[in-house]
Write a protein that binds this ligand. Structure first.
Ligand SMILES: C[S@@+](CC[C@H](N)C(=O)[O-])C[C@H]1O[C@@H](n2cnc3c(N)ncnc32)[C@H](O)[C@@H]1O
Length: 383
């Protein structure tokens, strides 16, 4: 595994790069140079692109709130039926005409919507995939909590997430007696995880088809949404799930409703305190490891190792840091999300590899997924 976050070009080359960057930064700090670069034909496109990138960083929260308004108002669903005029939308959205017009123009500028030839509004390239997409919709809606927690980011960094909304929502994140969590405390996040699971399950199962396995244990398996996708994908597989008791109960109901009760075994407990059940030859951890700090993640992986026979496989699926082309998703988005939540971090594949090795795994490898920014898949074999 290579740490893709930094190019190991050797200390001398790195020092040369550092020197060049320092000189470049000194130039960029000069207002005179910036004026010149914006005027000179060869540097003008670069100057304009950088200025736009900086502006987008300043304004990103406004763009997010415009998207949030569109989702809450179900604008994408309305336009999925065909183009509509401002007046028609004003009525359907129950907004004054000038406010409707403000929202529609903003959404067009963000490519969420587009203008049809007759002046009516239709879905744009970024809005079309949103229509009826429950998985993305619920993720955007639950960002209201993150938005509140990030109101004073410096206080959040200094004082930690003492009383954050996300900390309350993800009740297990800071609760040492997590096995005693009540149904109402797990309902919100369990429903969110189920609704957003389709973004993940297909990616994993296309990357690692599970043909050679006979029994899969999904640890932190939530309401069994991933497990039910596994059931359809690999009909020969026996299914097991482990989650906190209140969540395991939800999984039992779901599996029974799908007619999968006889094929599956659901265990309630805490992976911090309880030994994971044996019997599976593959254990999956889907969006689980990044919730936990290193010591907890390592203890969990050791627990997983003990539950597997030699040669058994662990599969980790989650977004990772240092994913080329998606760097801010790991380090900025998940970095701050998990900080606000109160535990965990996005890890690079190399960091995952180190934890897996310490926990007693070998032959650690990343399996390519179609959308690595959403989910990366890593597998390792029990020594
Ligand atoms: C982020 S959710 C992921 C759920 C599911 N794997 C998915 O991707 O939809 C993390 C899951 O880990 C479970 N969990 C957290 N702490 C746990 C613990 N100590 N023991 C067992 N499960 C735990 C949570 O209840 C939750 O279902």
């Amino acid at each position: 595994l290579q740490n893709t976050s930094s190019v190991d070009a050797g200390p001398i080359i790195r020092k040369v790069f550092d020197g060049l960057r320092a000189r470049g930064n000194a130039l960029l700090a000069s207002a005179r140079f910036r004026r010149w670069a914006a005027a000179f034909p060869l540097t003008r496109p670069i100057a304009q692109r950088r200025a736009r990138q900086l502006f987008d960083l300043c304004a990103g929260f406004v763009y997010s709130q415009i998207l949030y308004a569109c989702v809450r108002l179900q604008l994408f669903e309305m336009l999925a039926e065909g183009p509509l005029s401002t007046a028609a939308l004003s009525q359907r959205l129950d907004l004054p005409i000038n406010a409707t017009s403000r929202l529609l123009n903003a959404a067009v500028s963000l490519r969420l919507l587009a203008l049809a030839h007759d002046g009516r509004f239709c879905l744009g390239a970024l809005g079309a995939p949103m229509a009826g997409n429950e998985a993305i919709k619920v993720m955007i809606e639950h960002h209201a909590m993150l938005y509140a927690d990030l109101r004073d980011p410096v206080a959040l960094l200094r004082e930690g997430p003492r009383d954050s909304e996300l900390g309350r929502y993800w009740a297990y994140a800071r609760f040492s007696g997590d096995a005693e969590l009540q149904p109402a405390q797990v309902a919100g996040y369990s429903a969110l995880m189920s609704a957003s699971q389709p973004l993940v399950a297909e990616e994993i199962l296309d990357a690692y088809p599970l043909r050679q396995h006979r029994c899969l244990l999904d640890v932190g398996g939530g309401e069994a949404k991933f497990l039910s996708a596994v059931a359809a994908h690999a009909p020969h597989l026996r299914l097991m799930l482990f989650d906190l008791p209140a969540v395991a109960e939800r999984a039992r109901h779901r599996l029974a409703a799908l007619g999968l009760a006889a094929r599956s075994e659901v265990h309630g407990g805490s992976f911090h305190a309880d030994v994971l059940p044996a019997g599976a030859d593959i254990i999956s951890l889907v969006r689980v490891i990044h919730d936990h700090d290193d010591a907890v993640a390592l203890a969990l992986l050791r627990n997983v190792r003990r539950a597997l026979p030699q040669g058994g496989v662990v599969l980790i699926a989650e977004p990772m840091s240092a994913t080329r082309g998606a760097e801010p998703i790991g380090d900025a988005y998940f970095g701050f999300y998990l900080w606000a939540m109160g535990s965990g971090q996005a890890r690079t594949p190399v960091q995952h590899g180190a934890l897996l090795e310490s926990a007693g795994f070998e032959r650690i490898r990343l399996i390519p997924t179609r959308m690595p920014l959403q989910t990366r898949v890593m597998i390792a074999v029990a020594k």
